[in-house]
Design a protein around this ligand. Structure first.
Ligand code: C2E
Ligand code: CA
Ligand code: CA
Length: 582
């Protein structure tokens, strides 16, 4: 099978028409050119007829010489010519130029033949028009260049140079409009987050670039026997559109070529990495007839590949995948829990290193209708995607703060309530007001509240986040950097960050005692935290030897099953009562 057209130029054409429909570049259709040319020719004919006529006509009692009309029609003809140069591109400009130049000897000949100098100024008006259209043309060319830049920018992913999501959906819509059979493949790199977390964003970016370059070479080189269009949809997600295949097997063979392109190791920053990806696909029109449905189908198939974790990483969509789609089910349960206000919380105690109570972290809890707990590790990401996480955060904060207010009154004991706030929530315009309302309603002083923000997600919008965080600090609320070490731990960034507490992620505590360097790493985090003026808490401490090490390296606080699991409120009450007695 041969490639029927070059996808690159195809996509540019599509985007061009999209930009034109947005009015970014006004270019008139051909019929406008034809009308202007006809009007011009008509005007010129009238001019040549009227110019030599010596008779006069009578209008409103005035006698006007017919040759005087020649001036009017000549002006109309020139306006047509100027419009041509402005709106009809290169073709319009050169036609206009030719017409204006041809007129000059004609005018001179007319002057000589009629021995009438009246039309001589016409030459100057022609020269003026030539200058005017040339200026307009040059200016249009400059705009055109900017336009081409804009067009390429609008359809290209800056990091990888691949076509972007916009180009992807534009081509999809176009294919659907033309009712052309194609396969849509949704691709997601496996464990990309792990690379980002462990090796940093820059390495992650290099990986994306290298993978993109390999795939681009396949698509461009026409190596697969099908017509392929590979795009970066965002993050580590890519979209592939396959056309010009005979059977499904052809399409799958094409996908295999893309999979095989990852087989060779990738060397980034002198580290050898092995990358794999998950591929889910759906076919138009068999599996769906709109871009959304097809995208969801291919995505569901890709998710199933990830979930199954088998060595076969290519899967076609089938309707029963949707039925198993856990996240839709979870989203429904979430909405119910929020509507019925059944979202609740557990409190996990935090202690200083000598086992004195520091306070509690409130953790969201939710049950399904059978009463089984659903882990927040499952429902929080769903809430984030569905735009519900602010409601979850607020429900947990409101309920936990009310309880905590009562606890403080009852025992008059100096402890802190930590709550988790998702960055999506933090960015909401009324976030600060919401916090103030909860503080007022619960009677808890801001100094006894701590807000935990996950380190990795703040990077995207540091400035806005920092502004909100400064406002929280100004209120007296404490700030903790959650899951520290899993994100982008740049020192300069940390330095800017007005936190009070650094929470070392559980993953570091888990492996802390397995190698000497892991222990050194935790020791380094504690030192850095202290240098920055933060207290440091270790999360997920389960064993005595972890506790010993944390003591040696000077960690300030401990949170973990070793001294307390997340508990219902009444048990937290008992813990406080015990602490007061001690
Ligand atoms: P996180 O904020 O890092 O919370 C700590 C998690 O580690 C909790 O899991 C806690 O139960 C668990 N944990 C604490 N100590 C130990 C230990 O010694 N061993 C083990 N194996 N686990 C320990 P949980 O409650 O499942 O929460 C998971 C995540 O869900 C939280 O991680 C947090 O990111 C998110 N989350 C929970 N509640 C909320 C909330 O109200 N709002 C938001 N935005 N996120 C929440
Ligand atoms: Ca937390
Ligand atoms: Ca954490």
């Amino acid at each position: 099978m041969k490639k029927n057209n070059d996808p690159e130029s195809k996509r540019k054409k599509i985007i061009e028409s999209a930009l034109e429909s947005l009015g970014v570049r006004p270019k008139a259709p051909t019929y406008v050119f034809v009308i202007l040319l006809t009007l011009y020719l008509l005007g010129t004919v009238i001019v040549s007829i009227t110019a030599s006529k010596q008779e006069a006509v009578h209008i409103f009692g005035q006698s006007i010489a017919i040759y005087a009309f020649a001036g009017v029609f000549s002006a109309i003809a020139n306006i047509c010519v100027i419009f041509m140069a402005i709106y009809c591109g290169k073709k319009g400009y050169f036609t206009a130029l030719a017409l204006l130049i041809i007129q000059i000897p004609m005018i001179i000949r007319g002057v000589i033949a009629s021995k009438n100098l009246n039309s001589l100024p016409g030459i100057f008006s022609n020269l003026l028009a030539i200058v005017a259209i040339s200026v307009v043309y040059m200016n249009n060319k400059r705009l055109e260049k900017a336009y081409i830049g804009l067009r390429d920018h609008a359809v290209t992913d800056i990091l990888t140079g691949l076509p972007n999501r916009f180009a992807f959906s534009t081509l999809l819509k176009d294919l659907i409009k033309r009712n052309e059979k194609f396969v849509l493949v949704w691709i997601d790199l496996n464990n990309f987050k792990g690379i980002n977390d462990s090796m940093g964003f820059n390495t992650g970016n290099e990986v994306l670039k290298e993978v993109s370059a390999r795939w681009k070479a396949i698509a461009k080189g026409g190596l697969t026997g099908t017509t392929d269009f590979i795009t970066r949809i965002g993050g580590d997600e890519f979209g592939l559109i396959i056309r010009g295949y005979d059977s499904e097997e052809d399409a799958v063979n094409t996908i295999r070529r893309y999979e095989a392109a990852l087989a060779d190791q990738l060397t980034v920053d002198s580290c050898d990495l092995y990358i794999t990806a998950s591929f889910g696909y759906a076919e138009y029109p068999t599996d769906g007839t709109t871009t959304d449905v097809l995208g969801n189908c291919a995505n569901a198939a890709m998710m199933e590949v990830k979930r199954a974790g088998s060595s076969n990483r290519i899967l076609r969509f089938s309707p029963d995948l949707i039925k198993n789609d856990q996240s839709l089910e979870t989203e429904k349960l979430l909405r119910d829990a929020l509507d019925n206000d059944t979202m609740y919380y557990h409190l996990q105690p935090q202690y200083d290193i000598s086992h004195k109570l520091r306070g509690f972290e409130a953790l969201a809890r939710m049950k399904d209708p059978e009463g089984n707990m659903i882990s927040p590790a499952v429902f929080i990401p769903v809430a984030e995607k569905a735009g519900l996480v602010d409601l979850v955060d607020a429900a947990v904060f409101r309920k936990a703060a009310l309880f905590f207010g009562g606890l403080l009154k009852k025992y008059n004991y100096d402890i802190t309530l930590s709550v988790n706030v998702s960055v999506r929530h933090l960015m909401k315009h009324d976030f600060i007001d919401e916090i103030k309302n909860i503080l007022n309603a619960s009677g808890v002083a801001p100094e006894q509240i701590e807000i935990e923000i996950t380190e990795s997600i703040m990077i995207d919008s540091v400035d806005k986040a920092l502004k909100v965080i400064s406002e929280l600090k100004a209120l007296g609320i404490k700030i903790a950097i959650d899951d520290f070490g899993t994100g982008y731990s740049s020192l300069s960034y940390l330095n800017k960050f007005p936190a009070n507490l650094l929470k070392i992620d559980k993953s570091f505590i888990d492996k802390m005692n397995s190698t000497d360097s892991s222990k050194q790493y935790v020791a380094a985090i504690v030192s850095i935290g202290h240098i920055m003026g933060f207290d440091v808490i270790a999360e997920g401490v389960e064993e005595d030897d972890q506790l010993d090490t944390l003591r040696t390296v000077g960690c300030d606080f401990i949170q973990g099953y070793i001294w307390g699991r997340p508990l219902p409120a009444e048990e937290a009450d008992r813990i406080v009562a015990q602490s007061v007695r001690q």
